[in-house]
Design a binder for this molecule. Structure first.
Ligand SMILES: Nc1ncnc2c1ncn2[C@@H]1O[C@H](COP(=O)(O)OP(=O)(O)OP(=O)(O)O)[C@@H](O)[C@H]1O
Ligand SMILES: [Mg+2]
Length: 246
């Protein structure tokens, strides 16, 4: 048996200690391609996210934000360094393990909403629960509760094409919450919205962090969003330049 955290890999019990970071990013590097044409998108990035924090990831286009979110979300594996989520080293998980982690512990929100056009709002919110084989009745009840939480109780039967951009993003936030995740990863969630609507989405995320004890990592250029964050991590050319508190 070992006590070194570096070598504890697969089965780690959830930690009770509120101060233990939920996400640890340790000297993460990531390159696309190899040889002289390789793009070094991340060049040694380290930071922690504490439970219940809303962290904004800022940086100009091409600085590595999406790359980093994809790695933290287990959508891709880093070329170097290590990422742990709630004490689990992502590198120790196989594909089914990563799939289960993404399904059960992480909620994703994207700039382009990513809703399924033929499904109603309540059906879209139910999709992650379907993947977990939650029975239809329970799924629908929970989806309706979540839609009410994001202010869309009266729009449950509308399809994405019948909703405004801001409403679609609210549905996406409700969907991200469907499986009661520990972490929400959002990539420029206000990027396609006007200032006012973007602000309301950001306030929604802020409220979600408060009421649901969720942690959020959000990439953004939006000053409104940055203002509401607990902390800002700034990337420049694949490195962190301001790890300090906002
Ligand atoms: N699949 C890929 N293949 C090759 N290079 C890639 C790939 N994905 C990203 N890159 C490169 O990695 C670097 C970081 O890209 P990334 O998408 O992480 O930036 P970003 O900060 O999210 O930018 P934006 O604000 O425009 O979304 C860029 O130079 C980009 O061209
Ligand atoms: Mg991006």
């Amino acid at each position: 048996m070992t006590v070194k955290r570096e070598t504890t890999t697969t089965v780690t019990a959830p930690r009770k200690d509120g101060d233990t970071p939920i996400v640890v990013v340790d000297d993460v590097r990531h390159s696309f391609g190899s040889g002289p044409r390789a793009v070094h998108a991340l060049r040694g990035v380290s930071f922690d996210i504490r439970r219940g924090e809303l962290v904004a990831l800022r940086g100009r286009s091409g600085s590595g934000k999406t790359t980093l979110l994809n790695l933290v979300g287990g959508l891709d594996s880093p070329t170097g360094g290590r990422i742990t989520l709630d004490g689990t080293d992502l590198a120790a998980l196989d594909e089914p393990g990563l799939l289960a982690l993404r399904r059960d512990r992480i909620g994703f929100v994207f700039q382009s909403f990513g809703l399924i056009p033929v499904l109603t709002a309540v059906e879209n919110v139910g999709v992650p629960m379907r993947l977990r084989r939650i029975p239809a009745k329970e799924r629908e009840e929970r989806a309706r509760t979540l839609l009410a939480l994001v202010g869309l109780a009266d729009h449950a039967e509308q399809r994405p094409g019948e909703l405004s951009g801001g409403q679609q993003q609210r549905v996406a936030v409700a969907r991200a919450l469907a499986n009661d995740p520990d972490l929400i990863i959002a990539d420029e969630p206000t990027g396609q919205l006007d200032l006012e609507t973007g602000r309301s989405i950001m306030e929604l995320l802020r409220a979600v962090v408060r009421s649901k004890a969720v942690t959020i990592l959000v990439a953004t250029h939006d000053p409104n969003l940055i203002e509401l964050a607990d902390r800002v991590v700034e990337l420049r050319d694949g490195r962190i330049i301001t790890p300090g508190d906002a």
